[in-house]
Every structure is written in structure tokens, then in C-alpha cells.
Ligand binder design. Structure first.
Ligand SMILES: [Zn+2]
Ligand SMILES: [Zn+2]
Length: 510
């Protein structure tokens, strides 16, 4: 354990490890490089094919999505409270440490609901990618509540106007330059606040998470040469490499926070990565409906068209219409453009991020209105899998889907029943515009994402401290083992964790 019995966790949300390692090698991220050279380091294995929306709760609870029930799209299934009711012992690591008398500071954790029993300092929904209240609005919450006023006074209002990146959808050079500057400003403000809190408050466990690399990845991926065929050299000549600048600002933050940590153990955790954004999300729902003879071709075509028309308006006009657009956008934001009537269909798509899509079978006896009888279920899944694997991307002639997994093979907790039955992983060899197969004929994607970057699986961790000798682990570390391993640094064990403390992450004791 660190000399003061302290652990600092620096979260780098969706900060791509391959880009990070390349830029470290070029000397662009000196603080991360220094941290890495002093650390036990290794790759992190995230919940299989459910990465994007489940990685943070899996890290914080030390449990996979079949225990906490949280993944991208789970918000449309039921309420967090109901899901927590099925797993009452679930506690994030900081609550477990508070129960053991430790003092905590948490500055921003995505999609982990805060209980009413906070003892430590919490700053949530601030400079985040993930609105906790749905839609796109970020409303700063603090514990104690009076901290909120001080933060706004000392660090100013959110330069992104309290909205997540998908609300702004920057696409022109001017919009991207503004977006980059706003994200860098957010990073600096969060760093200053976190250093201030670490100095003022007595703490044993402090977690500070930066989500700006996440937002930057979604909208600036195409402006760095690692984007390959998507690299937009023309725009890069005008705005440079905004993602690198955001990563460099976060690198400065890592340096400042690690310096402030003194002799504490420091975990730097890169949750998951970024790559190009090719996706069949929303298209899958139409494929499923056509396979089952349930597709009404004209219904629900209006919303995508309206969105496309909006995006074609000049920025100046969009800005002028913002007051009108705002309530409409709030109403239709979220995943409304899947086909209607999911409950009455034999199966339907469930949003799981853009890299993979879920298929929920309407199983009689499990799902209200379910049409597939339990005795048909296996054969029905086999048929669906075979049909989906037969669909081709018309642009390449190659398969649309690279892999299909059954969640029951990977997840066995009490909430396994809320997960999709199947996870369909898109082949990202090329953009997905038009697809065909003997059974579905030809289908065009209703609309592709505005994001230029999207997640790839897998994370990276670096753990440094007085008891650790630098080394690179060969085996991937399961994300659910990180929280139990951190708790073990305090001598704390908890039955609430599904994962276990790893020997490789235990400090050498004299
Ligand atoms: Zn994302
Ligand atoms: Zn974002």
C-alpha cells in the first residue's frame, strides 16, 4: 500500500490505448509515459460485446452487467431502482470503502447511480459524456449539496452549455475548433477543482474521471492519421489534430493529479477505446422485421428524414432555430428510431452501442406479449444467427456481421434475464450503407451515425506505488477484478463484488 494508505484513481474514459501508446512513443503524452514506466500495467478485458455502456458500472461495482443490469440501452427496459432491487448488495467501491471508515472523493463517474447514503464528496454529471438523467442535459450534482455553488462560482459554467457532445454534433471546421477548445477548458477546470479538493479535504480514496477523450473521439476521430481511410486531410489542415490536443490536455491532468497524490498508490485506467464508427445499429431492427415478415416499409420513415434535413441546414440557420429545435430534440433524442411495437414482434433490436447490437427474443412466459414459445427458442435462435451471418455488405460483398454471441454463454448473474439474447457484432471493414441476402432482399441503412469515431473493446491500466515494481502483465485483467483489487489495498474485502482481488495487483510487502 502507498505510504499514506491512499489510492488515487485517474479514469480516462474511452481514451484509446493504441493511440495513447503511439503518442507516448512520440513523446506527446509525457506524463502518461512516465506513469506507465513506473507501473504494473496490462490490458483490461471488458464485458464481452457489451463494452461501451457497461464498462464503468462493471469497474465500479466489480461485477458484470448480469449483476448490475446496466448496459447501453438498458435505460429503455426498466428503472435503475427496479434493477437494483434484484441485486440489493451492489455497492460501488467508494461506498464499500466508506463503510470501512475510509474518506472518499469522487469526481464524475459515468452511469453509476448514486445512492442516498453518500458520505464522501461527490461531483457528478459535470463535464461528462453521459447524462445521468437521460436525454442530453448535464445537471451538476454534488454531495454535500452546497459544494455545487462553489464549483460554479470558482470554475464557471460548462463551456458546452451543460449538454453532451451528441447534442452539439460538431462537424464543420469552426464547430470542431470550438468543441476542442471547450473540451480542453473542461479538462483544465476539472483538474484544478480536483487538485483543490485533494489539498483541502482529508481523503483515502479519490477517483477523478475525464470523459473528454470520449467526446473528442466520437467527433474528432477522422482528424488524426490513425483514422486510415476516414482521415480528413483537408479539414485536418485547417484545425490540426483536435483529438491529440485533447489527449495532451488530459496528459497534463494526469501529471498534475499524480504529483498531488504524493506517496499514494495511483491507478490510471483507460476504460475502452475508439475506432471508426461503422455501425448497423437501427438497420438490424429492419433486418429482423423483414426476416420475420413484420416490416412495414413506410411507417416511421419520417424521423430519419427530418434529422437528415436538419443536418443539411447551414450552421447559422440551425443556431437561429435552436430555441425551437431544443424541445423537439429533447423529445426525440434517445433511441426512438428503432421500429415501433417491439413488444408484439417475435424479436427486436436492443441498443447496445454502435459496435454491437442486441437482439431480444420475445419469449413467451418471459417477455409480455412474447410470441416465441420456449420449446421453439433454441431453433429460432439458430435460424436467426444463420440468417444474419448470411447478410452481405453490398459495398464490399463481405459479411455484414463478424460475430454473434449468446449472452447466456458469458453472463450468469441474477439479472442475466434483462440482457439481450444475442449480441450481433458488426464487421467494420467498411461503412454500412446497403445490405442484402436471399431472405431479406436489399435494405438500405435508415441513416448512419453522425459520429465519426466509435468504441472498440478493451482497456488498459497502470498501477504505481511504493509497493509495485514496473512490469507488463501478459494476461488481460478482467475489469470486474479491478475494484476488489483496489479495495484489497486497504485490506477491505466485500461479498458485494463478483470479481476477486488479483495477486498480480497486490503490492510487495517488506
Ligand atoms: Zn461513446
Ligand atoms: Zn460526449
Amino acid at each position: 500500500m502507498g505510504q499514506q494508505g491512499k489510492v488515487l484513481v485517474i479514469g480516462l474514459d474511452s481514451f484509446d490505448s493504441a493511440l495513447a501508446e503511439a503518442w507516448m512513443a512520440e513523446g506527446r503524452l509525457p506524463n502518461l509515459a512516465r506513469q506507465m514506466s513506473a507501473s504494473v500495467t496490462g490490458r483490461v478485458r471488458n464485458p464481452r460485446n457489451l463494452d461501451a455502456g457497461s464498462v464503468w458500472p462493471s469497474f465500479c461495482y466489480g461485477a458484470d452487467p448480469s449483476f448490475h443490469g446496466i448496459f447501453d440501452g438498458s435505460r429503455s427496459l426498466d428503472t435503475v431502482a427496479e434493477r437494483r432491487g434484484a441485486a440489493p448488495n451492489l455497492r460501488p467501491i467508494w461506498s464499500i470503502l466508506e463503510d470501512a471508515g475510509k474518506r472518499t472523493i469522487v469526481v464524475e463517474v459515468p452511469v453509476v447511480p448514486e445512492g442516498a447514503d453518500a458520505k464522501g464528496i461527490r461531483i457528478l454529471n459535470w463535464f461528462s459524456h453521459h447524462p445521468t438523467e437521460g436525454k442530453s442535459r448535464l445537471v451538476l450534482q454534488t454531495h454535500p449539496p452546497e459544494l455545487r455553488q462553489r464549483i460554479v462560482r470558482d470554475y464557471g459554467e460548462d463551456p458546452l452549455h451543460g449538454r453532451m457532445c451528441d447534442y452539439h454534433q460538431p462537424s464543420t471546421a469552426d464547430e470542431i475548433a470550438w468543441f476542442r477548445d471547450a473540451l480542453v477548458q473542461r479538462v483544465r477546470a476539472k483538474t484544478a477543482l480536483s487538485v483543490d479538493l485533494m489539498r483541502r479535504e482529508a481523503w483515502d480514496f479519490c477517483l477523478v474521471n475525464f470523459e473528454d477523450g470520449h467526446c473528442g473521439g466520437h467527433y474528432c476521430w477522422h482528424l488524426q492519421e490513425g483514422a486510415g481511410r476516414d482521415f480528413d486531410a483537408g479539414m485536418a489542415a485547417r484545425v490540426g489534430n483536435p483529438l491529440l490536443e485533447i489527449y495532451m490536455a488530459i496528459d497534463d491532468a494526469v501529471g498534475a493529479l499524480a504529483a498531488e497524490a504524493g506517496g499514494a498508490d495511483v491507478l490510471v485506467y483507460l476504460s475502452h477505446g475508439m475506432e471508426h464508427a461503422y455501425t448497423g445499429y437501427r438497420l438490424l431492427d429492419r433486418i429482423l422485421a423483414r426476416l420475420n415478415g413484420e416490416l412495414n416499409e413506410t411507417r416511421n420513415a419520417l424521423l430519419p428524414q427530418a434529422r437528415r434535413a436538419w443536418r443539411m441546414l447551414p450552421t447559422r440557420v440551425r443556431k437561429a432555430l435552436q430555441p425551437l429545435h431544443l424541445p423537439l430534440r429533447d423529445r426525440f433524442y434517445a433511441d426512438r428510431d428503432l421500429l415501433p411495437g417491439a413488444a408484439t414482434r417475435r424479436c427486436h433490436e436492443v441498443y447496445c452501442g454502435d459496435r454491437s447490437s442486441g437482439v431480444r427474443i420475445g419469449l413467451a412466459g418471459r417477455d409480455s406479449g412474447g410470441k416465441v414459445r420456449p420449446e421453439e427458442y433454441e431453433a429460432y435462435c439458430d435460424w436467426l444467427i444463420a440468417e444474419l451471418l448470411a447478410v452481405r455488405n453490398d459495398d464490399t460483398g463481405g459479411p455484414l456481421v463478424s460475430e454473434i454471441t449468446r449472452t447466456r454463454d458469458d453472463f450468469h448473474g441474477p439479472l442475466a434475464g434483462v440482457l439481450p439474447d444475442l449480441l450481433v457484432i458488426w464487421s467494420r471493414a467498411a461503412p454500412i450503407v446497403s445490405v442484402s441476402s436471399p431472405s431479406i432482399g436489399r435494405l438500405r441503412h435508415p441513416h448512419t451515425s453522425n459520429r465519426v469515431g466509435d468504441h472498440r473493446p478493451g482497456g488498459l491500466f497502470m498501477l504505481a506505488g511504493p509497493g509495485f515494481s514496473p512490469q507488463r502483465l501478459n494476461d488481460d485483467v478482467p475489469v470486474i477484478d479491478l475494484a476488489p483489487s483496489l479495495a484489497a489495498l486497504f485490506g477491505v474485502r466485500s461479498a458485494a463484488f463478483q470479481g476477486s482481488a488479483l495477486e498480480q495487483l497486490a503490492p510487495a510487502r517488506p
